[in-house]
Design a protein around this ligand. Structure first.
Ligand code: ATP
Length: 255
């Protein structure tokens, strides 16, 4: 629900053999926020979202996401709690159709359906119909209904990136994490993605995304968090961030 604490990080850190990829991060994300995570290359953005999604255990501090202590919880249980994400590099099944790619996302979490099908229970067929309908809804949600039967490899680049989002939606998450969703998109595609993100948030989804296209971040987010050398150097509204001297300095490299 809007306003509830979705992500709560306290003194969160990750060290790789003496390199502080992330250092002492305190961050709260509330229901309905669209938070953009920006920062120069190597600032620690991917490491931070990997910890939030339960893929990478923290070296220090604590992280609670949707009530789950993520450092101590297997990644599938973090997903079951309502965290879903896309990755920087596409992980689509190229030879499957768009619809099938979304179904894979649904089956990853809907274990009861999978078990019932294995056991040939009568409810399995009904579940299958429901999963198909739900996958079709996810495709429609991202504007890909017309391409449901097309092979993923045949979609345009922008459509493939939206398909990844559709697949992430199949698990009906509360928190959606997007890792550079606009990378490689042209202006028109990025603007369309920005509209999609804002409309998903209007539906009640909390969104956290890494993005290098700062213009797109400022236009899309309710709040922007800036990382530099593993630390949060600024957090605030897009307007405040655009005017922040520490952010300008980090980006211009005058430090
Ligand atoms: P980019 O914008 O280039 O994707 P980023 O902000 O996502 O960068 P990270 O990928 O989180 O940054 O990396 C932060 C730092 O941690 C970098 O110095 C990186 O080399 C280091 N690092 C990340 N993952 C590992 C790892 N598995 N082993 C060793 N060092 C790592």
């Amino acid at each position: 629900a809007a306003g509830e604490t979705v992500v709560s990080l306290t003194g969160l850190g990750k060290e790789y053999g003496g390199v502080h990829a992330v250092r002492d991060v305190d961050l709260e994300v509330h229901g309905g926020e669209v938070v953009g995570l920006i920062g120069p290359n190597g600032a620690g953005k991917t490491t931070l979202v990997n910890m939030i999604s339960g893929l990478v255990p923290p070296s220090s501090g604590s992280a609670t996401v949707l009530g789950v202590p993520v450092g101590r919880t297997p990644v599938h249980r973090v997903a079951a709690a309502g965290v879903s994400r896309t990755f920087q590099h596409s992980k689509l099944f190229n030879r499957l159709s768009a619809l099938e790619n979304v179904l894979v996302g649904a089956h990853l979490v809907s274990r009861p359906t999978f078990l019932r099908r294995l056991l040939w229970l009568p409810s399995a067929r009904r579940d299958e119909q429901a999963a198909l309908a739900q996958a079709a809804r996810c495709l429609r949600r991202v504007g890909l209904a017309d391409l449901a039967g097309s092979r993923a490899s045949a979609l345009s680049y922008g459509d493939q990136r939206r398909l990844e989002i559709a697949r992430a939606l199949a698990s009906e998450p509360s928190l959606l994490i997007l890792d550079e969703p606009a990378a490689g998109m042209n202006r028109v595609e990025a603007a369309r993605l920005s509209d999609l993100i804002r409309s998903l948030a209007a539906d009640g989804l909390t969104i956290l995304f890494i993005e290098h296209n700062v213009g797109m971040v400022l236009e899309t987010c309710t709040r922007v968090v800036v990382l530099n050398f593993g630390e949060v150097i600024a957090s605030g509204s897009p307007d405040a961030i655009a005017a922040d001297p520490a952010v300008i300095e980090a980006y211009l490299g005058t430090a």
